[in-house]
Structures are given as C-alpha cells and as structure tokens.
Ligand binder design. Sequence first.
Ligand SMILES: Cc1cc2nc3c(=O)[nH]c(=O)nc-3n(C[C@H](O)[C@H](O)[C@H](O)COP(=O)(O)OP(=O)(O)OC[C@H]3O[C@@H](n4cnc5c(N)ncnc54)[C@H](O)[C@@H]3O)c2cc1C
Ligand code: SF4
Length: 475
Amino acid sequence: MKKEIKKRLPMPHQPAEERVENFLEVALGYNEEQALEEASRCLQCKQQPCVKGCPVGIDIPGFIKMVSEGHFAEAASLVKSANSLPAICGRVCPQEEQCEQVCVMNKLGEPIAIGRLERFVADFEASHGNGSAPSEIRPRHPELHEYAVAVVGSGPAGLTVAGELAKMGYSVTIFEALHKPGGVLRYGIPEFRLPRDILDREIDYVRSLGVQALNNVIIGKTITIDQLLQNGFEAVFVGSGAGAPSMMNIPGENLNGVLSANEFLTRVNLMKANRFPEYATPVRIPNKAAVIGAGNVAMDAARTSLRIGAREVSIVYRRSRTEMPARAEEIENAIEEGVRLHLLTNPTRFIGNEKGWLTAMECIRMELGEPDSSGRRRPVPIKGSEFMMEVDSAIVAIGQAPNPLIRMSTPGLQTESWGGIIVDAATGATSVPGVFSGGDAVTGAATVITAMGAGKTAALGIDAFIRRKHGLPMG
Ligand SMILES: Cc1cc2nc3c(=O)[nH]c(=O)nc-3n(C[C@H](O)[C@H](O)[C@H](O)COP(=O)(O)OP(=O)(O)OC[C@H]3O[C@@H](n4cnc5c(N)ncnc54)[C@H](O)[C@@H]3O)c2cc1C
Ligand code: SF4
C-alpha cells in the first residue's frame, strides 16, 4: 500500500484584524505536538540537499530527527553548533529560497518547514533552559585568548564572526555605532516579525561566549581601523552593513512627509517614535501613506505604518506582483492586513502645500519590456499615463548602499564603484592586511543568513591569518 504523504503543517498566526492594532509577533510558532508532527515528515535523505542549501551548514536532518524523537533541547544544541542565532533565523530567513527550496519533499508536495522547526527548538531551549548552556561551551583553543580581534558592527555578520572566533578561543570586541546592538535586526526589522526579547536573548548568548560588545563607538570617527590595528588588535572584521538609503532623485523629495524607509523604521523600532511624547523622537502619523518599493523593507514600512495608525497604506511598485522581491509570506501578510498594491506604477514627482508638506504624488503607469541585466523584465513608462495619488506620507524603500565612512577613513581599502568592500570570497580578506569584511558591507543589501555565512567564512580566514602571523599550527 502507498504511504500517505502528510501535508506541511501551517503556522498559527495572530488574526489580521487584531494584529494591525499591535506590535506583537504575527506568527505564533509550533507547539510540541505540531513540531513532532512536522518533523516526522522528514525523509532523512542520504544526500542531504537541504544542508547544501543552508549558508551556515546546519545539520538539518540531524536536528529534525532529534525533534521527531522529542529530544528538543539536544536538537537546539545541534543547531547552535552551526548557527548562533537560530531563533532569529527561524523567524526571518528566506528558507523558501534556501534549504526548503532544495528539500526533496518539494517533489512530493511541500518542503519540510525547516525554518519553523529551527524556531521551535530555539524557543524550546530558551523556555526550558536545558540545552547546552554557554558555560558548557569551552573555547576550543584557550591559548588563543591572548590574540584580540575587533569587529565593526553588531548585525548578523558581526555577531556571527564574533561568536565563531570566541568559540575558537580569541578575545573579541564588537564596536557598534548605535546605542544598542543588533544592526538591522534591531533598527530595521519590526518587532511584529522579530520580538526584541528574542533578539536580546540571542545577543546575550553571543556575549556569554566571552564577546565584549561596546555601543556608541563609530569606527572611522571615534577611532579608525588603522588605530585599532596599531593598538593591539591582530585583525579587524568590518560588518558595517548597508545603511545608506537610496532615494528616488525626483522633484519634491525634500518635502516634509517624504522619508526613507530606513529613517522611518529606525524612528519607530529604535527610538519608539510611535510612543511620543513618552519617547523623545516623534514620527508623523500618516493619513494616507505610499511606500515606494516592494522588498522586505517596503513590506515592513507599510505594515508598520498601519500599526502606528495610518488610515490607508499603499505599496507603489514599478513592476508586477511576480517581480516583487519581498518574501511571499510577508506580501500575503501585508495584503491580509489591508495594504493595497499599486503595481506597474512609478512616482515622477512629489507635490507639497505652501507649508512644505507633502500632499500628493504624481505617478506614471508602467508596462514590462524586455528583461534587463537582473533578468527581470524592464519597466517602461506608458506615455501620457500620468495621474495623481493623494498622500501625506511617502516612504522610499528602493534599496540601500554601504555607508562611505569606513571606506573614506581606511587608506588602501578597495571598494566597488557603488561602495561595496571588495573581499576574497574564500577568506573574507580585504585589500588591507589584517582587515576582513562580510555581509551587506560587501554584497549590498542582502539577507541575514548570507551575512551570517560571510561571518563564518571570515572567522576561518581571520583564524588562519593570525596563526600564520604568529607561526602557530593551523587549527
Ligand atoms: C527593514 C529590513 C527588513 C529586512 N528583512 C529581512 C528578512 O526578513 N530576512 C532577511 O534575511 N533579511 C532581511 N533584511 C536584510 C538583512 O537584515 C540584512 O541583510 C542583514 O542585517 C545584514 O547584516 P550585516 O551584519 O551585514 O549588517 P547590518 O545588520 O546592517 O549591521 C551593521 C551594523 O554595523 C553598524 N555600523 C555601521 N557603520 C559602523 C561604524 N562605522 N562603526 C561602528 N558600527 C557601524 C550599524 O549601526 C549596524 O548595527 C532586511 C533589511 C531591512 C533593512
Ligand atoms: S531534504 Fe528535506 S526531507 Fe530530505 S533530509 Fe533535508 S529536510 Fe529532510
């Protein structure tokens, strides 16, 4: 008799009409029964394509087998041996384009919910506290502690490289420009997708490995990379991200009410602007908001606008639904919450009143032409199709580039014309001896897990560099 193919277990969610009124997490996570059931679908494939699809090489069949046997804490330890931030990755990584995309179960229906199981084991360990406690994770080479490494930036790339080097035995210090660590995980991704207690918990885990984390230190201003190297640090990892927003460069962009998604999300997420005057930095509560762009950043800005009280929120995107780069799940969540999609539409100018406040946006309709260099069909304006859209808030979410400060303050550091730091892909080494880099600072805006993968690569590169420099045997 043919074996029944079980369906992938859906994730419980907060209902849309309730969640638009709060910042609580939207996806509620599997309970033990659901995790057991989902894990039982895994075929334990010999070839393990899912592991090859994971940028940090988690033993996916191994941890899923432990879940299916009810050994949840052990499963968490196994995941953590490859990934220091599992509760974060389980929530925000695009598994549908990585491990789950290559899961053999796709051929039989739907892939195993690897991300949801990763999230489950990480949360189980945190609530039951009987996984491998950090104190049990001894540095593999305690003799390396005399060698210090500096890490610039505390986003996923910086946290990963720091955790990996600390586990090897190095003495690691993270320097973060902002007053709180986490990078985009804190100032970009909203709480309803990544609760801050989860972020704090995983940053505390990295700290508990022995990593020192200093905030409010701007490398390139407070102290330069050269000075770090001259003051006892053997190597420096630059994980400074891509925090400089791209703008539209169209008339009216200076009007009040037009701002970058970066600024908007930072104000709400980091400075709690929606709770003014309890917190000092206000943000204007929009009536009609337009968010320009269709990536994860745009979805986050749109859904955050709704939650702070906007009456109407639209995504304005120059291509069609098929080309929207955001995670499918987040687009669906946004639509469910009431975000409208204005596709094949591009703003041509912002229009304001006599007081300098945005009142409308002139847009033009687009059609799709031949594919461009990105492989996506090029949007072409339709002549004479201009129309007005009434808005009092326009949030621009069309991309970010690396901040120029590190490049300008580090002589000899080679970068791409758009600002990305050039590295050796196998080691993360830059053109400056002893300086390594990875994450968005190298690739431009990408994903949490690619930043973490680059952090792991660079940790190995830094280890080899320091060992070579001091004539130590290779680890
Ligand atoms: C709103 C938003 C939503 C996103 N959603 C997702 C998602 O759902 N899934 C996903 O996989 N990816 C998502 N991404 C992308 C992902 O967050 C990034 O690719 C990832 O955070 C990059 O990590 P990083 O460590 O390279 O840089 P970042 O996270 O940007 O961290 C860089 C850190 O370096 C600090 N820094 C910069 N310059 C200096 C300096 N000179 N001195 C000291 N510190 C400095 C910054 O303050 C920052 O804390 C999203 C991005 C945004 C903006
Ligand atoms: S490919 Fe899918 S089914 Fe096979 S081991 Fe990996 S998660 Fe399990």
